[in-house]
Write a protein that binds this ligand. Sequence first.
Ligand code: CP
Length: 337
Amino acid sequence: MRKRDFLSTEELGPEGFSAILDLAARVKRGEVKGGLEGKIFAASFMDPSLRTRASFESAMFMHGGHMIVLEPGRGSWSMETELGAVMEGTAVEHLIETSRVLGRYADAIGLRVFPKGTEWVRERQDRIIKDFAAYSEKPVINLESARRHPCQGLADALTLREKLGDPKGKRFVLSWAWHPKPLPTAVPASAAIAAAQLGMDVVIARPQGYDLDPDDMAVIYQQAAANGGRVTLANSMSDATVGADAVYVKSWGSLQYFGRPEEEKQYRAGLRGWKMTVDGLKATKAGKGIVMHCLPVRRNVEIDDAVLDGPNSVVIDEAENRLHVQRALLLDLIGRK
Ligand code: CP
C-alpha cells in the first residue's frame, strides 16, 4: 500500500479534513485511548519550535508511542538539502540518507524547515519537504515548511469549530500585523486555507506589497468555492475586523521584497499601526469576536496585552489544540487499527 504523507490540509480533501477534526474532538474528550503502542515518530527540526515539538512528544507519549527529536547541526549531523549538491561545505549528511535512515527506525518521520529568505522563486517550490517525502519510505508529516504549516491549520480549524459552532459563512479575518522581522507565509496561508475548507467568509487584510503567493491565493479561492465560502481582500485591519467572528492576527514578510530584508524593513517601518488593540476588538461582532494567533506572539507589537489576556483571546486553546489534532493525525497515519 502506498504511504500517506501529510504535507498540507488541502490534500486531505473535504471528508479527510472533517474526519481528522472529528477524531481530534473525540480524542480531546478522552474517548480514544492508546493506539500508538510500540510506534515511533522521528522528527528533524532544522528550525526552532516550542509547540510543535512539545505537542508531538506529548501526543506520542499519551498514546503509548515514542518520539525521537533531532536538530541537524545541533547534536545531529548538519543536513544538505540540495539535490545534486557537491558536499564540500559544512553539511555532513544529505536529506536523502536522513529521510531513508530515519524511516528504518520510525513509523513516521517529520521535518521542520523554514525558508532561508533568499529567493522566493526557489523557496516557493517547497522542494525540501517534498524531496524529504519523496525519498522517505515512511509517511512524512510537515512540521512547517516554506509554504505550509498544516498541523497549525488543523488546530486553527478545530478551534474555530469549538468556539463558533458551525463556522460556515462566519466572518474569518486574517490580518497582517507589524513585526520587527519578515516572517514566513506558511502559517497565514495555512490558516486561510483551513478557514476556506470550513466554508467561512474569509477576509484577508494586508498592506500593499504583502499579498500571499498567488498559488496560495488560488488554493484559498478554490477551497472557499468548493465549501460554500467566499474570499475578499481588505487594505486595513480596522475596516476588516468590523463584524468579524474571528480575527487571526499574523505577521508575514513581503514576497515583493523577499531576499531584500533591509529594503523591506524601511518599507515596513511605516506600518506599525497594524496591531490588534482593545479598540480593534470592539469592532468585532458584538465585541465578542475571537482573537487567534499561532504563537509565538510578540506582545504589544502584534497584539496588545489587554487583548491577549482578555476574554476574546483563544490563543492558548488554539495551542492546546495542536496536541489533539496531532494525536488524531498520528492515530490516523500510523495508529493500530
Ligand atoms: N505555532 C507553532 O508552530 O509554534 P512553534 O514554532 O513553537 O512550534
